[in-house]
Design a protein around this ligand. Structure first.
Ligand code: APR
Length: 307
């Protein structure tokens, strides 16, 4: 049976389990350090299955044994951002958590593909890959789908057009330096910059960059979880069904976009083995310069890791 384990059954992890169960993709294990909480959430979700008519086994545990035989491991364990706190403030605390989660899950699922969510995202992907000695195909960070979805939502609100017609691509590091590629984005094939004024587009780009912080400020405690966890379900589906969907993800680059030894948001094709291919856009000088400065930020953060 296909199985997905989620490490960290907090807001993002538990909501990911919800989206995944709705898709009836795989059995689900939820693991967290808080006693009783993953068990309680898993049982509650399991009891929803008869109502929505999905046959999914869901188990909650404080023990990594529950992850035995997983095809995909999702790591959302960590401390969320507090208002005013940058993603990078969390660096070494979350690195220790991701390290342990990777080591423990690999013992039970040596062939699993890892989807990482814990922030600071690009550096946490690096921790998982290095700790596990994993090939780059098996470590994929979730960030770009979320950032692009935020941009799509803002464009949809601006134009009153279905979200389905809107394609936006946000690349780069998952931080304030992310790079919304307006030239590659479009509304039903019409270039985005032809659909609205330069001022409105600039405002949408700015709101996209600050999208995570906007939610943190509103919630007062915790960070966004519905959209990040929906993105997990989309990635897991493409992997398990070998759909070869192309979505922006954090991928370990080996020369693509002129970058090496860095996890960075790029369009990636996802299939049954994880990463199938990095898609390289032709960028102009300004786009390349923006990506390079975002990469410099990610490199700086990752260099501060105490691995
Ligand atoms: N092992 C397992 N679970 C852990 C560990 C650990 N070592 N340390 C913490 N956790 C659990 C917490 O008990 C908590 O239930 O991780 C969960 C995190 O959940 P939330 O605090 O609700 O945070 P959430 O909003 O889900 O965000 C989790 O994802 O998007 C990122 O920035 C976000 O890094 C954060 C992560």
């Amino acid at each position: 049976m296909t199985k997905i384990s989620i490490i960290g059954a907090g807001m993002t992890g538990a909501t990911a389990a919800h989206w995944l169960a709705e898709r009836e993709l795989a059995d689900i294990a939820l693991v967290d350090v808080v006693e009783g909480m993953p068990q309680g959430k898993a049982l509650d979700l399991l009891e929803a299955m008869p109502v929505i008519g999905k046959d999914v086994r869901i188990e909650g545990s404080n023990d990594y044994k529950a992850t035995e035989g997983s095809d995909i491991i999702v790591i959302t364990a960590g401390l969320p951002r507090k208002p005013g706190m940058s993603r990078d403030d969390l660096l070494n605390t979350n690195a220790d958590i991701v390290k342990k989660a990777t080591e423990e899950t690999l013992k039970h699922s040596p062939n699993a593909i890892y989807i990482i969510l814990t922030n600071p995202l690009d550096s946490m992907c690096y921790v998982a890959m290095k700790t596990g000695g994993l090939p780059r195909e098996r470590v994929i960070g979730q960030a770009g789908i979320l950032d692009s979805a935020r941009m799509r939502a803002f464009v949809a609100m601006e134009l009153g057009v279905s979200v389905e017609n809107i394609a936006c691509y946000v690349l780069g590091g998952h931080g304030d330096s992310m790079v919304p590629l307006t030239r590659h984005s479009n509304v039903a094939g019409v270039p985005l910059n032809e659909t609205m004024s330069a001022e409105r587009l600039a405002a949408i780009v700015d709101r996209t960059r600050k999208g995570g912080g906007e939610i943190v400020a509103l919630l007062k405690q915790g960070s966004a979880f519905y959209a990040p966890s929906a993105a997990i379900a989309q990635m897991a589906e493409s992997i398990l069904k070998d759909k070869n969907l192309i979505v922006p993800c954090s991928i370990y680059l080996q020369g693509e976009y002129g970058l090496k030894d860095i996890f960075f948001g790029v369009p990636a094709q996802l299939g049954r083995k994880g990463l199938v291919k990095v898609i390289e856009y032709k960028l102009n000088a300004e786009e390349k310069a923006n990506l390079d400065s975002s990469a410099a930020e990610v490199t700086e953060t990752t260099a501060a890791l105490k691995l």
